[in-house]
Design a protein around this ligand. Structure first.
Ligand SMILES: [Zn+2]
Length: 213
């Protein structure tokens, strides 16, 4: 790794710690559940296995190549690293955030998609699909997530949690917060009555308005 790549990787390690702490502070992750990564060229910096995200230090975060071989760091990469790497190879993402946040997991455990009942769902690409269940850390789970996230910034993972992608950690993290909010609104709305799902025409009108300035 040359000096410039080294500096960029160090910056991403610091960012992973910052967003790890924020995710823990907001209750999006508990203990060692959840993992984050960011890509720089052919390298990916990922949170390690077995370290609570609110106690992460930059040097704890391993650097792997796109095949998952550790090129820097003492710790073992997160067990969900194969899913992160599959997302980088299938999409233009520069960052991935995966959590077991409460409302996302409630929806992921009970439904096949999160219907768009609020127009902000469009910020994630519309209805958020639930990837079929597979054991954590397996190529099968990675494949299911890739299929579910097509043309989206987010996917839910059946009986497991949520995953979001973005052009950087801030974007992927904000997508995770928005997804959790949308899931909470949906679950709470179900407790009051039958939430109205926005129609294609209604969603198209929002897109047209957003692009008309
Ligand atoms: Zn997980």
């Amino acid at each position: 790794m040359d000096e410039q790549a080294g500096e960029q990787v160090d910056e991403l390690r610091r960012e992973l710690c910052e967003y790890g702490r924020r995710a823990a502070a907001l209750g999006l992750v508990i203990g060692t559940s959840g993992n984050l990564s960011a890509r720089e060229g052919d390298l990916v910096v990922v949170t390690p296995s077995g370290v609570a995200l609110d106690r992460l230090r930059p040097e704890d975060c391993p650097v792997v190549d796109l095949e998952g071989h550790v090129v820097q760091g003492e710790r073992k990469p997160s067990s969900e690293t194969p899913m992160h790497l599959a997302l980088y190879s299938a999409t233009g993402a520069r960052a991935v955030v995966h959590t077991h946040s409460v409302f996302a997991t409630v929806v992921a455990s009970t439904m096949t998609e999160l219907p768009p009942i609020h127009y902000n769902a469009l910020l994630l690409g519309g209805a958020v699909r639930v990837a079929p269940y597979a054991t954590y850390g397996t190529p099968e789970l990675a494949r299911n997530v890739i299929a579910a996230i097509e043309n989206r910034q987010a996917a839910l993972m059946a009986s497991h949690g949520a995953v979001t992608i973005g052009g950087g950690l801030e974007q992927a993290f904000e997508a995770t917060r928005l997804l959790e909010w949308l899931c909470e609104v949906y679950v709470r709305a179900l407790g009051v009555g039958r939430p109205a799902v926005l129609t294609e025409d209604q969603l198209t009108a929002v897109i047209e308005r957003a692009f008309s300035g």
